[in-house]
Design a protein around this ligand. Structure first.
Ligand code: ADP
Ligand code: ZN
Ligand code: ZN
Length: 739
């Protein structure tokens, strides 16, 4: 047996793998992640390395391979644990060991020293309060906003001030010249949250929250680590529960990881953690450079932190003594990696927690079918938070049948009820959100006479209509002017009904000329921080109506929104994907949850062509259990996850014949050697061609996961043997998206 060994992971490259022979007496006890001693280099200097892989064969001359000297220490270093986790990920999700290692290990890169600018008050609090009144009187809203934030927090990071509070450089300069604020530049890397003062903390958990914390903490104290599902609507106080658990673990010297979808990683969320944990919290987000990320990992490893907050990749924070891994909004698709290794953060968190002796808390208002299924079978313990912690009522929900609207002669994209309610809100000065339920970015163009959808000539996808009148393909970039008549039937009723957000913005402006409208979609958020700027402008009352795709329904809290319109609820049902109903239900429930977060009660209008669909009915009633029962029955009938496991094998090639031949060969091998598996395909992928690359898919189903892993290993061997040209094969376990 041979072992692949890396000598030093803090160095630039993980690619330097050295092979050693495993002595006979160690062959049973060696596993990935173990620290071993090896003779290194020409002088055979003894060095310590980590085993990253074990193989039976070697690519080198077996006579020349040195033997490793022995296992160093069985006490598990965090690196060992993460390498073992990488090995688990490679086995369960495919890809190479190197790809897995690069995902889990913090790798040091050279970096420049960065300057951090901080804004702080230069006047006393009393003066600042007087000034605040003055600013308000003069309608200097931006200045007032900044002053209020500084009064609350003492000081603030310059970047956050600009992005989240939407304060321009000229406002900052003016206030600095006035002597109201000071801007301080520091050479520092330490804390991406910025040097803000830790605040007092005064929330007392309610009975429900307290009971949950006590139950989980009791298990924790007893060392009975496990996975919990915390189910409660947004605003029911889940975050407070997380924070209390984290605080208790911290008292025992144990650090925690909090995963949040990147899109929900807002200033407010970070601030809540910050005001409770101060310097002991750090965040990872996509704007951090490699060097900054590494610094945060270093702080974690050195015991400087009690909690790390971040998206999926924060799961690999190298805490030596882990307490909790918390996954908020656990149903979110972004927890599944779309690049190799295609791991799911939920499953990987459970494995990491198992290795480390830690507990996992999954939180959601609309748990994934996976988690609910586990809870129902008792492998995950479920708790409910049944009411909102602050303002009580859930929104009143209406379902409007768009077919009926058309029959009554209403050709607008806004139903009569929605128009009426919008009118009312605008006259009362309350805010409205209009949500276009579409996974794509802009609207596609179809014929209202015959239903023809205009498609890209290079891809099997529909073209999107953009504001400049062109049709674009979002997969390959193809562009063409908008067609005047339907290419299939010649009708001139082509275009706009299933419009994109731009079109909706236009129509809304025309219908309500007095309203101030903001739009949030792919086009308006492409610039750095575009997303945050729009959200904070809306939160700051700079618009009456926010129009957008699903980006707008996640994360943010808008106290003044009392009406949410969901324009075409069933667009996401039409997607050929077994998760379509689940995703629709989650989105609708989430969107409905946006209404009435403040004092005023909220209303929600769901517009749809399928008013009787169970996903829509359940969302209207906020009936999670009802939805879950129906959806699970469907999954069971079709042998889909979570009842069975599913492996997608995605084959692509610029040559159609090649794609066919390879996928056939894989299918044949599966049928010959893995008779226990149920194989569907090979067939054309749902999108059979992208940018003139042909795509074929095989779906393999099995009640258990193990046989699918073995099938992948076998197919990888086959692919290696046959050395296919111009072929790419990817494996995706329990995929979130079709292919
Ligand atoms: P979730 O995470 O479920 O969306 P949060 O924890 O964010 O809910 O709670 C919603 C709001 O209610 C927050 O402003 C929070 O500070 C407040 N809150 C939560 N629990 C309590 C409590 N026990 N007492 C007072 N306010 C609370
Ligand atoms: Zn037509
Ligand atoms: Zn295209």
């Amino acid at each position: 047996m041979y072992a692949d060994i890396i000598i030093d992971i803090s160095h630039e490259k993980l690619d330097r793998v050295f092979q050693y022979r495993v002595p006979e007496e160690l062959s049973g006890s060696l596993t990935a992640g173990m620290q071993v001693q090896v003779p290194f280099g020409n002088a055979n200097v003894p060095r310590t390395g980590y085993v990253v892989d074990l193989t039976d064969e070697t690519d080198y001359d077996p006579a020349k391979i040195k033997e490793l000297s022995g296992i160093v220490d069985s006490s598990v270093a965090i690196e060992s644990q993460l390498i073992a986790l990488a090995a688990w990920m490679r086995r369960n999700y495919g890809g190479t060991m190197n790809q897995a290692l690069k995902t889990v290990l913090p790798v040091k890169k050279k970096r420049r020293v960065k300057q951090k600018r901080t804004v702080e008050l230069a006047v006393s609090a009393v003066e600042a309060k007087n000034l605040l009144e003055e600013y308000k009187r003069l309608h200097h809203t931006a200045r007032a906003r900044l002053l209020l934030a500084l009064l609350l927090h003492g000081s603030a990071d310059d970047a956050l001030v600009r992005e989240k509070l939407n304060i321009t450089a000229s406002v900052l300069r003016a206030m600095e010249e006035q002597g109201v604020i000071r801007i301080r530049a520091q050479e520092c890397y330490r804390n991406p949250v910025g040097p803000l003062a830790k605040e007092g903390y005064d929330i007392v958990l309610n009975e429900e929250q307290q009971a949950i914390v006590d139950a989980i903490d009791q298990d924790f104290q007893a060392g009975a680590y496990q996975t919990y599902l915390l189910q409660g609507v947004t605003g029911s106080g889940k975050t407070e529960v997380y924070m209390e658990l984290i605080a208790r673990a911290a008292r025992a010297g144990r650090a925690s990881i909090v995963l949040i979808p990147e899109i929900a990683l807002t200033f407010q969320t970070v601030m809540r953690f910050y005001s409770r944990f101060g310097e002991r919290v750090s965040i990872l987000h996509s704007r951090l450079s490699q060097g900054e990320r590494y610094d945060q990992f270093l702080r974690a490893k050195n015991g400087e932190l009690d909690v790390m907050i971040g998206p999926r990749s924060a799961l690999f924070t190298p805490f030596e003594r882990l307490g909790y891994i918390i996954i908020d909004e656990e149903h979110e698709g972004s927890y599944k990696s779309e690049t190799v290794p295609r791991y799911h953060a939920r499953e990987t968190a459970m494995e990491r927690a198992r290795m480390a002796g830690a507990s996992v808390v999954l939180g959601s208002a609309t748990p994934s079918l996976e988690s609910s299924y586990r809870a129902a079978r008792g492998t995950v313990r479920r708790f409910y938070l049944t009411k909102r912690a602050r303002s009580g009522r859930l929104a009143q929900c209406y379902v409007e049948d768009l077919r009926a609207e058309l029959r009554c002669g209403n050709r607008s994209i806004l139903s009569r009820r929605l128009q009426g309610l919008m009118e009312e809100r605008l006259s009362r000065g309350e805010q409205i959100m209009l949500f276009l339920n579409r996974r794509g970015m802009a609207g596609f163009v179809s014929c209202r006479e015959c239903g023809e959808v205009l498609k890209c000539p290079h891809c099997d996808v529909s073209l999107s209509l953009h504001g400049d009148g062109t049709l674009k393909c979002h997969y390959c970039g193809y562009e063409t002017p908008q067609a005047k008549v339907c290419p299939a039937c010649g009708s001139k009723y082509i275009g706009g009904f299933r419009a994109g957000t731009q079109k909706i913005e236009e129509l809304v402006k025309k219908r309500f000329p007095q309203a101030r409208v903001l739009r949030m979609d792919y086009d308006t958020t492409r610039t750095k921080n575009g997303y945050e700027q729009i959200l904070s402008a809306f939160a700051n009352g700079q618009a009456d109506i926010l129009v957008g795709t699903q980006m707008i329904v996640k994360g943010h809290d808008f106290a003044r929104v009392t009406l949410v319109g969901i324009l075409a609820a069933d667009l996401s049902l039409g997607v050929s994907d077994y998760r379509a109903a689940e995703r629709t239900f989650q989105l609708l429930t989430q969107a409905a949850g946006r209404a009435g977060r403040g004092e005023a009660p909220g209303e929600v209008v769901i517009q749809t062509y399928q008013p009787d669909h169970y996903a829509i009915q359940a969302a209207k009633e906020q009936d999670y259990e009802g939805f879950y029962e129906q959806e699970l029955a469907y999954r069971r009938l079709m042998c889909y996850p979570p009842v069975w496991n599913l492996l997608l094998i995605a084959v692509s090639s610029p040559q159609e014949a090649q794609a066919d031949a390879c996928s056939e060969a894989l299918g044949t091998r599966l049928k010959e050697r893995h008779p226990g598996l149920s194989v569907i395909g090979p067939a054309e992928a749902a999108i059979a061609r992208v940018n003139d690359i042909y795509r074929r898919a095989l779906y393999v189903k099995c009640p258990d996961y193990g046989p699918l892993v073995r099938a992948r290993e076998d197919l990888e061997c086959l692919l290696k043997e046959q050395a296919w040209q111009r072929i790419n094969v990817q494996f995706d376990f329990n995929p979130m998206n079709g292919f």
